[in-house]
Design a protein around this ligand. Structure first.
Ligand code: FAD
Length: 456
């Protein structure tokens, strides 16, 4: 049994803590916030308790569904077939599968055929090695033609990547197209989305509770300020209350947060991660009536927002007094002009676009609104960078292992997209690897086992 600290109480840290505790390890989860949840935490809007960002589970999210079942939350899931819209030339079109692509008025018939053929080809392709070095736009032009790129792909990528996507490999869109296929229910090509009452945070809290029942200690309001180093290895963490000794520390933070924990000698580890990260600015509207019949909308007209997501189509309206929740996000660089806007500026700019998308939108029907921001949401994996995944068990440049440290963050997930499913998968894989090494070759991971009780 090893004494382990998991840093960060998002879905990754909570699942990892649960699995390590179930394996019999002496685990502490250290979360700096007042509550667990991270990006999946909750906020208040007009007196209602709501998801700070929008979270759904698709039918093929096997690990998420298994975790929901294991934690006794199966009856708390709501599922609904939902549609996606496409806004082009000031008009909204349904966009749910090949049938809609083939009728899609903004494109000529030959372009529609090429688009449909491209989507099918992506979904049938199971390997991506030869896509890794292909520039995304070049590949899209070859596969679906210049007009489709100019009318569809480039505008979508512009709003998703804040205007800069030249570094992306073809793998990105292949991976995204495949995930969307896994959401299809087969009924008219519509997607079937599920959501947990209380959001992903409910799952995180249930995982933490189950971890405590297996002996873990879960602590909130504990920012970790650094790693405790001894002889080039990690011997614990530093918090505002002092040093704490652990055999193994596993930060689950993405590099922009991890860098504040690493002493100078470990800063080179950051070079193995992607170097660019997107944040998000998200306006949330509480409105009386539905703004769009679609769950989400792809926008190819000039837009200050990335999409519009009416989550009430999936989560229902019981928890919001019969009113509807509409999320209006813009993915952007945390140093961008958008990220620095005031709440009122975000409201004004984003609702101007919402009014174009939805003739039903009226300012006087907005019962409440809030702006949520997160500076680090998603790494941008650039083409031609190897290895793709920073190592879980790091070493110095000369090959010496750094004992006492394992790294497990969403930035190490590739080529899968970031979501609860891929994050839970990483957490479970890391728990299995850590447990295996501790059982067979503990000296590889642990420098000097701490005395029982552990606190410095
Ligand atoms: C707009 C949006 C929409 C999304 N939609 C979906 C969806 O529909 N479905 C889906 O499955 N996923 C979705 N996701 C993705 C999902 O939210 C993330 O993949 C997931 O929450 C990441 O969890 P994590 O534990 O890796 O990181 P985080 O949630 O970022 O957790 C990291 C934790 O570490 C803590 N921390 C940071 N520094 C310290 C420190 N020094 N000491 C202690 N603690 C620290 C933070 O407070 C935080 O709690 C969405 C995300 C966004 C932003």
């Amino acid at each position: 049994m090893a004494r382990i600290a998991v840093v960060g109480g998002g879905i990754l840290g909570a699942t990892l803590t649960l699995r390590l505790a179930q394996q019999g390890h002496d685990v502490q989860l250290l979360e700096r916030g007042a509550a667990l949840g991270g990006l999946a935490d909750r906020t208040q809007l007009a007196g209602y308790d709501i998801d700070r960002f929008y979270h759904v589970i698709v039918p093929s999210d096997a690990r998420m569904h298994a975790l929901v079942d294991e934690l006794g939350l199966t009856d708390e899931m709501s599922n609904a077939p939902v549609g996606v819209g496409f806004f082009s030339g000031g008009k909204m079109y349904p966009f749910n599968g090949i049938g809609d692509f083939l009728k899609f008025p903004p494109l000529k018939f030959t372009d529609r055929l090429r688009l449909a053929r491209f989507v099918v080809a992506c979904q049938l392709r199971s390997q991506y090695a030869d896509l890794e070095d292909k520039p995304l736009l070049e590949w899209l032009r070859k596969m679906s033609g210049k007009r489709v790129v100019d009318k569809i792909w480039r505008p979508l990528l512009d709003s998703r990547f804040d205007g800069h996507h030249e570094e992306l490999p073809a793998t990105y869109l292949w991976s995204r197209t495949r995930r969307m296929r896994s959401a299809r229910s087969g009924k008219g090509g519509a997607e079937e989305f599920g959501a947990l009452r209380g959001g992903h945070q409910r799952l995180i809290e249930a995982a933490a509770k189950a971890a405590e029942e297996s002996g873990a200690i879960v602590r909130t309001g504990v920012p970790v300020t650094g790693l405790l180093m001894e002889g080039g290895n990690v011997a614990g963490v530093t918090t505002e209350d002092g040093d704490e000794r652990y055999d193994l520390v596993i930060p689950t933070l993405q590099p922009p947060a991890l860098k504040f924990l690493l002493p100078a000698e470990l800063q080179p580890l950051l070079g193995a991660y992607p170097q660019r990260f997107l944040g998000v600015v998200c306006l949330i509207l509480l409105v009386k009536e539905s703004l769009t019949e679609h769950y989400s909308v792809n926008i190819v007209d000039p837009t200050p927002i990335t999409t519009i997501v009416e989550t009430s189509h999936v989560v229902g309206t019981d928890h919001t007094g019969g009113n509807r929740l509409v999320y209006v996000p813009r993915y952007c660089d945390p140093k961008s002009e958008t990220f620095g806007l005031t709440d009122q500026e975000v409201y004004d700019r984003f609702t101007e676009m919402v009014a174009k998308l939805s003739p039903a939108f009226r300012h006087e029907d907005v019962l409440g609104w809030t702006v949520q921001r997160a500076p680090t949401v998603e790494p941008v994996h650039a083409k031609g960078v190897a290895p793709r995944e920073a190592p879980i068990f790091p070493s110095y440049e000369d090959g010496r292992p750094i004992r006492g440290l394992a790294l497990a963050s969403a930035s190490q997930i590739y080529p899968r997209l970031l979501n609860g499913e891929s994050v839970v998968q990483l957490a479970e894989e890391v728990a299995v690897e850590v447990d295996g090494i501790l059982a067979t070759d503990p000296a590889r991971l642990v420098a000097t086992p701490s005395p029982a009780g552990g606190a410095a």
